[in-house]
Write a protein that binds this ligand. Structure first.
Ligand code: CS2
Length: 501
């Protein structure tokens, strides 16, 4: 097969697999910062379905910040790519036309800023992962002394997402191009308000007169609704590309693989027009926070627990980790006895059913979601996924033994340089130097727990001072170290009911 997916070859693709909207007739109405696989399988898919149902010039300008890899894949394809949704039993394949332009900010900064300042653009959305916000994960505050932040505040051609966003908003203000809605689509607590705060802190770093004008304009013209995104989207493999090519009849270097399930809960607080996402199944609501807590503590908390336990035990995929009865049992009890009691169920959501459904989603054999991919950047993920549950349990006088075990699995992952089978492990984390330094020379679980709890960027100051948390972590880390992840999880998962103190 030699042809490549593009506007030129689209008519050779089987009709049923072609996009539901005409890419040639679609103007750009949104800028997306961080156009990785997740955006292409989630927000872009909702946007395309919304356009198909209700019209609108909502084509997406997708921006990459860290490397040109996605642009190199999508630009020769005129932004077209395939979404392969597979439940393990049945798969669907469809080319998406939602992305109409792709820019690498590294060499197209001025074009990215011009897009944000374009009067036809009404939305700037982001999926830049937790670490892309350049913030302290425990407090949510801007890392003002981070060299990237300092560099971006000092010059008008920024490289970070925050810098691009702030300079883009400034260009929009100067062009008097109208209001803008900024929508964070990352798994952060109160993502809209958090981003609003970070933008404000970044603006404070600009010269005083510039800052004052921009603060006033943002306060008046820009909205930052929060939202909750959910769809499991692992990294694409060569086998996925071969599968898509066999269906399309042409090569596609931009394929994304995902599950059929998708969810998007969005706060209805827009500064201007938006796509009719509700026509594509999104839920528009006044307050996304209850949904967000459910998603972060249940789905992402369980995901991270399985990732560290599985990775320690040598399971390469989340599906393999959840197939281990000991891991599934531990995570199931963590959810039922420690996480669910801390949550207010949103209307119509049955939390035990949600727990069962997510464990089934994790087991999907078609998704080769690697444990190391989910284990990545733990320092940025732990606070909202696991430590929020630990704190809520402690406030209610509960000893969160199983959630502490999941936190200890992360500690083991940081502390050891080998998996339980002796394979070397990679610590892929923006705080890796700090974490490595913290555990350097530690010889006992108690010491490692003490040193890691002192990393306030992750744990804040309260957990080390709690009367039971350090002991729960030390016990769990001791068992993980002595018995290995599989045996330790099996025994902690089978222990008696969660205690109160
Ligand atoms: C995962 C998430 O990589 C991770 O840390 O937990 O990306 C997860 O797959 C999504 O949030 C699912 O919506």
């Amino acid at each position: 097969m030699t042809g490549r997916l593009s506007l030129r070859t689209l008519d050779t693709v089987p009709r049923a697999l072609r996009p539901p909207v005409d890419p040639r007739a679609l103007g750009i109405g949104a800028v997306h910062l961080g156009i990785g696989a997740f955006h292409r399988a989630h927000q872009a898919a909702y946007t395309e379905d919304a356009i198909a149902a209700a019209g609108g010039q909502w084509g997406i300008c997708g921006v990459t910040m860290r490397s040109s890899a996605v642009v190199d894949r999508l630009a020769p394809q005129d932004g077209l790519y395939t979404v392969l949704a597979d439940s393990g039993a049945a798969a669907s394949v469809r080319v998406s036309a939602a992305v109409r332009e792709v820019l690498f900010a590294g060499d197209r900064t001025a074009d990215v800023l011009a897009r944000i300042a374009d009067p036809d653009v009404h939305l700037t959305t982001l999926t830049v992962t937790e670490k892309g916000y350049c913030h302290d994960p425990a407090s949510g505050r801007l890392l003002r002394d981070d060299p990237r932040v300092r560099a971006d505040a000092a010059q008008p051609r920024p490289g970070t997402a925050l810098g691009l966003l702030v300079r883009g908003l400034q260009a929009r203000m100067r062009a008097d191009a109208g209001p803008m809605t900024v929508l964070s689509c990352d798994n952060l607590p109160r993502n809209g308000a958090t981003l609003r705060g970070l933008v404000g802190e970044f603006v404070d770093l600009l010269p005083a007169a510039e800052a004052a004008a921009l603060h006033a304009w943002i306060g008046d013209r820009v909205r930052f609704p929060g939202c909750v995104v959910d769809r499991i989207v692992p990294a694409t493999t060569r086998a996925d590309r071969e599968r898509a090519a066999a269906a399309l009849g042409v090569l596609d270097e931009g394929v994304v693989v995902t599950e059929p399930f998708r969810q998007w809960v969005i706060e209805d607080d827009f500064a201007g027009p938006r796509p009719a996402w509700e026509r594509a199944g999104a839920l528009l609501t006044p307050d996304a926070h209850p949904y967000e807590q459910v998603k972060l503590r249940m789905l992402n908390g369980a995901h991270s627990a399985l990732a560290y336990l599985g990775a320690l035990a040598g399971d390469t995929s989340i599906a393999a980790a959840v197939a281990d009865d000991g891991f599934a049992g531990l995570v199931g009890r963590m959810l039922a006895e420690e996480v669910i009691p801390t949550l207010d169920a949103p209307d119509g959501v049955d939390l035990p059913d949600y727990a069962d459904a997510l464990l089934r989603r994790f087991a999907n054999p078609a998704l080769r979601h690697t444990t190391v991919q989910v284990a990545m950047d733990g320092s940025q993920k732990l606070p909202q996924r696991l430590l929020a549950t630990v704190r809520a349990c402690r406030a209610a006088g509960v000893e969160p033994r199983r959630t502490a075990f999941a936190v200890a699995a992360w500690m083991r992952w940081v502390w050891t340089d080998r998996t339980d089978d002796g394979a070397p492990r990679e610590l892929d984390d923006p705080l890796a130097p700090v974490l490595r330094e913290a555990v350097r020379g530690c010889t006992t679980p108690g010491q490692a727990v003490g040193r890691l709890l002192a990393v306030t960027e992750v744990f804040g100051a309260d957990l080390a001072a709690d009367p039971v948390v350090p002991a729960l972590l030390t016990d769990a880390l001791g068992r993980l170290t002595a018995d290995g992840a599989r045996a330790a999880a099996r025994s902690v998962g089978a222990e008696g009911a969660t205690a109160r103190s």
